[in-house]
Write a protein of this length. Sequence first.
Length: 461
Amino acid sequence: MVHTTSHFKRLPTLPRRKQIHYQTQQCCNLVSYTVFLMPLFSKFQLPDMLRLTFLLSVCLLLANLTVNAQPVGTDTTLDIVNWNIEWLGSTTNGPADKNKQEQNALAVLRYLKADLYALCEIVDTAALGRLTRAMGPQYRFIVSDYCSLAGSPLDADWRTGQKLAFLYNSNIFSNVVTRGMLRNSGAAYTNFASGRYPFLFNANATINGQKRNINCIVIHAKSGATTSDWNRRFAAANELKDTIDQQLANKSWLVVGDYNDDLDASIVIGQPSSYFNWVNDANRYFAITLPESLAGKRSTIGFSDVIDHQVVSKTMDSMFISGTATVRTDVQNVVLDYNTRNTSDHYPVFSSYKLSNGDTSVAPIINPNPPTPPVVTPTTLQIQLIQNPISANELLLKSNQTVTNVQLALFNSNATQIWQVSQTVLSNGNNGFTLPQLPNGVYFLRVYTSQQQLQFKILKL
């Protein structure tokens, strides 16, 4: 969510050198179009000025279509999107028509065709679950078990708070592990908007036989354009940078999300970017969306700056496909009235990578045979299996309380594990999970928590 304040009214301008380059390129485009089209209209007996006006109009239209061309996700590239979906599913904030917001969000997600979506402002986890299932059986989602003013789902503010989440293609990513970063730091609690800590997604990505461990960190930084807001963002960025430098040096990482500040200059008048220490560390921190700022783009509907960004490590930059880091204002192609803010006040940000083999040692592998805690009854854990036998590839679990740090594992009748979800949250109510395509038969579902284990026998018809 962006906050309305006059401090946001900094009008971006291109440096003189970039203005000249841009204008020269556009002139070349127009000349090329004119030379190409002139013979087509030479046979018409039109006044010279009318002919010239018509040709220039066509040329400008074609040039605009060329500028608006956007990259799309493909089967041969690793495609990553960050998007702030304004108060998704909130009953009190954000777009008024929640059904329309959800329908539009699905249209945008399908349009972008990404492998990994790093999301901000997820309020209703059930809405995200519906979006995930609608994306297809290969997609999974993970939501942070904290948000501003809520340290766990047991806190009342967690249900109505803006959470971070990942939506990912399980055909691409394996050994997925997530965790909040800096959660033991009192300074980080304050500077990351009262506990809206960075959320880390660690997994092995595999495309066309190429495999590499990826660390994607999504942030939703402190908003606002006062000096105090800038100080908190600046301190938060420096603390996160210290952690990345110590823990992820020489690894493949990205920091994506709602930075709530631009990278070329701050939204706070007279201040450099809150992230200038990142931008200045150009040998290790590659600000791949900075060109969007320098080109005068915007990442929100109401303001003139790019405040949603992607910064990547040297190894990620070596795989980055030049020119693909873009603010996707073209989502208006699928949601024609997107600019009425019926979906979000932010545009998604997209980038693509040509994956190459690399380190896969970082991802911790979940123990396939964890220590066996006592098997308890559904009443003890207050978890029930809905719809058994099952006919579709959907698993429904009902919980009478919120249970955190849950691992689900599905086994066939030969005791071979065929599916799992790690570090998820079972919310109070129904929780849906998409299973892989299963042949008919008997299966066993194990539900692990930090103290207990529960097992269900499932019949697939």
